[in-house]
Write a protein that binds this ligand. Structure first.
Ligand SMILES: *Cc1c(COP(=O)(O)O)cnc(C)c1O
Length: 364
């Protein structure tokens, strides 16, 4: 049996370090914000090459608070990929704005920058690229368009911890970069957690206030904020796991390299990595018109796979009101029919990857 992802193994590998963290937080007397959260924010900002990091409760809140901090609200439009996890769209809707989908580049799965300008209207306030599957989006043309039209750039980096775009880590290319530390992400907590990173002091400051009831000084509320604080126990766990992130991303890279070379002769469409991208392989996604048969065969061979994602946001009941019927975003719709995520993670062995390859080839 090869599981799609083993969530226990990373914590077993770090057992003694994590046991110490629990004791440290227990004995600290700080259970809301405090020194562990401050330290994680410093360490993660440094890791990302960003000036500021603000910890929040989860990745969706990171996106919502980023948009609120930039003043995006009712009547505004935000450009989003048509093929993303629904959280990207939900954040836009949560602030009362409208998600405006743009199709992905079929080679990289990330938003196609050549299609963005046609989606810009007088109501557009921001572009929200997603570094999907751990592959950085092509940020330079997006940033150039944003500058030309006076738009903000909010990056959804929930799948891209450690990825580099043109040699520089994701973390401060756009106005705000939003992170999720959901347990299955490349940097995952043992529960919900999230953060934003930015070089904009004003935005970091506003999110710090918004996440804590709109308050800077206790019982003084300057705006109507929310409770979306990063939990100190999760921050302390993330500090331990951050030290292993690069090594664990390298292990993912080694698995991806096996798939890239061993599956090259098959009928599968494999992920393509542009010269400017250093992905971190959050997911290894192949495409085939016979996806369901392949998934079924792998299941029978004891190999866990998943589909990211089976229904694009515009075809979800949640977005029926937008009236975007079947065929309105054909690239996203075809991907939803054809993509399959093979097992990958820091605790998948190279031998297991070879078994996945053999099982895939047996179907060819
Ligand atoms: C995981 C994820 C999110 C949301 O993160 P949560 O911490 O679960 O709220 C947002 N966007 C993308 C692309 C994600 O993969």
């Amino acid at each position: 049996m090869i599981p799609f992802l083993d969530l226990k193994a990373p914590h077993q590998e770090l057992q003694s370090e994590l046991d110490e963290v629990w004791a440290r937080v227990r004995d600290s007397g700080w259970y809301i914000l405090g020194p562990e959260v401050d330290a994680f924010e410093r360490e993660y900002a440094a890791y990302c090459g960003a000036q500021h990091c603000v910890g929040v409760a989860n990745g969706l809140d990171a996106l919502v608070l980023a948009l609120r901090a930039l003043g995006v609200g009712p009547g505004d439009e935000v450009i989003v990929p048509s093929n993303t996890y629904i959280a990207t769209w939900l954040a836009v809707s949560a602030v009362g704005a409208t998600p405006v989908p743009v199709e992905p580049d079929e080679a990289t799965y990330d938003i196609d920058p050549t299609l963005i300008s046609a989606a810009i209207t007088p109501r557009t306030r921001a572009i929200l690229p997603v570094h999907l599957y751990g592959q950085p989006a092509d940020l330079d043309p997006i940033l150039a368009l944003a500058r030309a039209h006076g738009l903000a750039v909010v990056e959804d980096a929930a799948q891209a911890h450690g990825a580099r775009y043109r040699g520089r880590r994701i973390g401060a290319h756009g106005d705000v970069v939003c992170w999720s530390f959901y347990p299955g992400k490349n940097l995952g907590a043992m529960g919900d957690a999230g953060a934003i990173t930015t070089n904009r002091e004003d935005v970091a400051d506003r999110i710090r206030v918004l996440r804590n009831y709109g308050s800077r000084v206790k019982y003084v509320n300057e705006v109507q904020g929310v409770n979306s604080r990063l939990d100190p126990l999760q921050a302390a766990i993330l500090r331990v796991k951050l030290k292993h992130l690069d090594a664990w991303n390298e292990r993912r890279q080694a698995i991806a390299a096996i798939y890239q070379s061993e599956l090259a002769g098959t009928d599968l469409v494999l992920p393509q990595v542009p010269a400017w991208a250093e992905p971190v392989w959050h997911l290894y996604v192949v495409r085939t018109p016979v996806r369901d048969q392949l998934q079924q065969a792998l299941t029978e061979a004891g190999i866990g796979t998943l589909v990211h994602y089976p229904i694009p946001p515009h075809r979800q009941a949640a977005y029926a009101a937008l009236g975007l019927g079947a065929g309105s975003f054909p690239r996203a719709e075809a991907m939803a029919q054809q993509v399959l995520s093979l097992p990958i993670g820091p605790h998948l062995t190279q031998d297991q990857a070879a078994q996945v390859v053999a099982a895939v080839k047996a179907q060819q």
